[in-house]
Design a protein around this ligand. Sequence first.
Ligand code: G
Ligand code: G
Ligand code: MN
Length: 354
Amino acid sequence: MGGDEFVVLVEECENAETAIGVARQALAAVRAPLRLAGHSITISASVGVVEAPAAQTTAAELMKAADTTLYWAKAEGRNRWALFDPERHAREITRYELSASLPKALQRGELFIEYQPLVRLRDEELTGVEVLVRWQHPTWGRLYPDQFIGLAEETGLIAPLGMWVLTSACQQARSWRDKFPDRALTISVNVSPRQVKDPAIVDDVADLLAASGLAPERLQLEITESAIMATSGEPLKTLHALADLGVQIAIDDFGTGYSNLAYLRTLPVHCLKLAGPFISGLRTPAQADPQDRAIVGTLIRLAHTLGLSVTAEGVETEAQADALRKLGCDTAQGFRFAAAAPADAIDEWLTFGG
Ligand code: G
Ligand code: G
Ligand code: MN
């Protein structure tokens, strides 16, 4: 086909095994060392195998599928064959299409935000909300951040997307402050590692605070444990500059990464959010795993020793809330109190209580 690309058409294939057998033979033949000007040379090849009923495909489709599969073989380490997998292909296309349609989604207003209550355990007062972004996709329906935040990070769209989330969150927080002036709600926004890599985020956040009139300590930025522990150099300066603005910094999913405790105490952090899996061991008093309970208790004490507040994520039962309260945990978030919901639901909570 090209300089070093060849196509083998195997007619009357019983099944994929027949074609794979041909691929194996071709690889073995190419792999055999050859002598060139007194040197022994070894080369290798990669093969993409596609098996399809001739009546249900076209030459062009077959060639495209073979090419895609060839790249899978190369990505797996070359010198091998790979077999076309229609499901994997469909997944990759979906991923590609999602990624390509994300910039338009932002412009067309297909992204929207839900807020999940953060509750003080002592008296179950609403003290804050976590901002969670969603995508109402015209064909795929409602998509959750784990389906598109990774793509936005890869393509760099996370910068405008993250700014849009921060801007909307500050405006919403301002509107709640105006409507409920005696309630000091904290608005907690997830930021991705890539957002913190760009020092421009400091001026952006300062501008947003100035424009919305929001007190800096009412804004909390959540960064995952793995991202924050990998932070050094320039991003660490950025984190300090954000903290210097008066913004709160929380470590999200705490306990799932590998925290360097000596390093942790030097970071400008105000809050630890304990990851759901620790909390699930406390679901019912009968099931309560004494080891989980001891670990959670230790983490809460550790946080308090470091002068940090603690929020438990994924609190689903009263038993969990009760155990956490007894262990001295400050705030909680989870279905026991409320799932993420539109801003109106928070208005209602502030008006009528939870
Ligand atoms: O609601 P839930 O499944 O949807 O959220 C899944 C994850 O997506 C959470 O861990 C949250 O941290 C992350 N997430 C939600 N909204 C945002 C956002 O605006 N920016 C980033 N970077 N992550 C977000
Ligand atoms: O931490 P992230 O920022 O990872 O956390 C938010 C995610 O947790 C969202 O996906 C949200 O929908 C989910 N979530 C919130 N409360 C609960 C809960 O009580 N149980 C479970 N299983 N998931 C929850
Ligand atoms: Mn979070």
